[in-house]
Design a protein around this ligand. Sequence first.
Ligand SMILES: O=C(O)CCC(=O)C(=O)O
Length: 283
Amino acid sequence: MIRHITNDELARYRADGVAKLPGFIDAEQVAAMLVALDEQVANPGRWVTKSHYHSDRAFGLGVPELRDYLLDPVLGENVARAMGSSSARFFFDHMFVFEPNTPVDDHYWHQDLPFWPVDGQHVVSIWLSLVDCTPESSALKFVRGTHTEQRFYPPLGFDGSPMVGDLGELASHAIDVRDLFHEHQAPPFHENPEQHGVIEFSYEAGDAVLFSTRIVHSSGGNRSLTDRRVAYSARYVGDDARLVLRRGVFQDPALLPEEDQPFEIGAPLTSRRYPIVYEAHRK
Ligand SMILES: O=C(O)CCC(=O)C(=O)O
């Protein structure tokens, strides 16, 4: 069962670009989703990331326990309220599993939006922790207020190397957005967390965090020698979200509309790949 977000949490999200949601799902749903995610780790899908941690994306709609969560109408209403949108569509899901002692040296501070073929204000993520975790065991942390920044840091992979992706024929649609990017990588915010306004949380299993896709965030990897970290992000878009491809930076091919559906820069995300989870007038 998923709970509704409160007005205080909404106000916090608007001010900081991030709001922790304690007890977001109940223990029964945590247990069911953990089993499903472990199954995904054992049998990765088409869009698995090959690395020293387990990450996979755009698979959850095919797994009943995850689909129930992703398309839950309460989750839909929560994200629509957060975005200030009259509708919400599911965009994609993203699993991040760090076994004990899986540090990520460079911290991969990043903003999500420039990785994805979408633009607009109505784009949001909910990161859900399926286990207890602390900053040491890779709890997600954020740089307060960076959700209002207009420029992005060039996206890097978890290992600090530039990301690559093949968009095939669609690459010719990509638009030049060089002026939207800083020339340098994200600074090491973790080295001076107070000065930069780094917000650190600890999470219990079933806690979540709602965050803007523009806010700078990172988990820093798992430095615990004993605790495994299992997290699952769900991404949603609203009324003003539009398709875009940014030339010269990694654009995730897993997130494009179905291949038999037309792709047009500036078009709304109406592909059946992005099902509607909330519409205000249908309430
Ligand atoms: O869980 C992590 O370590 C990374 C999560 C993340 O960056 C995201 O959900 O956007």
